[in-house]
Design a protein around this ligand. Structure first.
Ligand code: ADP
Ligand code: MG
Length: 398
């Protein structure tokens, strides 16, 4: 992977730099509820401002589908961004044209502005080269710091890289380096942990991983589909019986490429899905009753999985091992996450994890800070796990 970073910028004093960031912030009653995405891009924004650039932030917000929707104006996040950056931030209600040009005239070197929601313009999602050119006309350079939007070929995530000198921001750079270390050119053996609710949402992930990793650990609801495919009665468990043949194909593909698939042999079951249910018990996978559900991996099976991780140098993780939002079905996820965290701290494992629920599960386990890298990129992270080329990343390499 070859792309330019902020280290390759020359003197940018007074230069106008467009920075694509992720400001699609969760909001409740017009207030921003989580600032993670702003914190992620703050180093890039501040570095450019401190080097004397006029920094123009580009981002989308919600799905306004090419129309101006006042409740989806990026003006609503200006206060939150100012708070994180500790700097004044101007708001510009356009992304191209004379209003942007006038605003740039007012900005001094080192000033920061947020342009309007890019999805107010139809050309954004169509990746219209005319829109990219119009946006670029006011600027000198383009920095992409939004890995989370890099799986989309839109005008401000992909198109701009073709019309301006393009650079990866610090957050993009860190994400790409971590992903490269985990699956691009990893230290072996490599383990993948894949869990979560359904096989159907992660078929392409599983198909790709079996060709890349040495150990595939399958947990969560999706393990039930694999167990059922092997003729095990999973009772009332969440299970996609219609995917039995697909599950078998995945296991055959794993065999063919020397990847060992690990399924739980011991499980935590219950008749009802509730916290600490009275019917909770731990059993062998062959002993699940017709009216029981598998909700987590059993403790001794988790220990066996931990032993697998101890033999590995690299781990990539997506999806919790059980229904971790409800106690005690968080136990397997927490235990395995703690093992991965300890191995990473010791320096014997490179650990990369991603996925919405996975990130909350690792936070819940209190180990998110110990992983080598945690991706908050959701869709882009999964597409990368599917082995796909992300258009926003490819454009930076071009
Ligand atoms: P991510 O968002 O990290 O990609 P997913 O959305 O695929 O993860 O999966 C997370 C969900 O899977 C969680 O809500 C969790 O409760 C559910 N889950 C995990 N194991 C089971 C299980 N055995 N039965 C039912 N649901 C499960
Ligand atoms: Mg999810």
């Amino acid at each position: 992977m070859r792309f330019k970073t902020l280290d390759d910028l020359g003197d940018i004093t007074g230069k106008v730099v467009l920075v694509r960031v992720d400001l699609n912030l969760p909001m409740q009653d017009c207030a921003v509820t989580d600032l993670t995405r702003v914190h992620a891009s703050a180093p890039t924004i501040l570095e450019l401002a401190d080097k004397g650039a006029k920094v123009l932030l580009l981002a989308h917000f919600g799905r306004p589908k090419g129309e101006r929707v006042s409740t989806q104006s990026l003006s609503m996040v200006v206060g939150a961004v100012q708070g994180v950056l500790g700097r004044e931030v101007m708001f510009v209600p356009e992304i191209a044209g004379p209003v942007v040009a006038q605003s740039i005239g007012i900005l001094r070197a080192g000033d920061i502005a947020i342009l309007e929601n890019t999805r107010f313009w139809k050309g954004e999602e169509k990746n219209d080269p005319e829109l990219a050119k119009a946006i670029a006309a006011n600027a000198d350079l383009y920095v992409n710091d939004a890995f989370s939007a890099a799986h989309r070929a839109h005008a401000t995530t992909e198109g701009l890289a073709h019309v301006l000198p393009a650079y990866a921001g610090r957050s993009m750079e860190a994400e790409l380096k971590a992903l490269e270390a985990a699956l691009g050119n990893p230290a072996r053996p490599v383990a993948a942990v894949v869990g979560g609710a359904k096989v159907s949402s992660k078929l392409d992930v599983l198909k790709h991983l079996v060709t890349q990793v040495d150990h595939l650990i399958i947990g969560g609801g999706m393990a039930n589909t694999f167990l059922a495919a092997r003729g095990i009665d999973v009772g009332k468990s969440l299970c996609e019986h219609d995917l039995a043949a697909t599950a078998e194909e995945i296991m055959d593909a794993a065999d063919a490429s020397g990847c060992t698939v690990h399924l739980p042999y011991e499980v935590v079951v219950s008749k009802e899905f509730a916290a600490n249910p009275p019917s909770l018990r731990v059993c062998n996978v062959h002993e699940v009753a017709a009216d029981e559900m598998i909700l987590d991996v059993g403790a001794s099976a988790v220990e066996a999985l931990a032993d697998v991780l101890k033999t590995c140098r690299t781990l990539v993780w997506n999806g919790p091992m059980g229904a971790f939002e409800t106690v005690p079905f968080d136990a397997a996820t927490v235990a395995l996450a703690k093992t991965a965290a300890a191995l990473t701290r010791e320096g014997s494992l490179v650990s990369v994890a991603g996925g919405g629920d996975t990130v909350s599960a690792l936070n819940h386990a209190g180990v998110a800070g110990d992983f080598t890298y945690i991706s908050t990129a959701g869709g882009a992270f999964l597409e990368w796990m599917e082995g796909r080329e992300l258009p926003g990343v490819k454009a930076l390499e071009g």
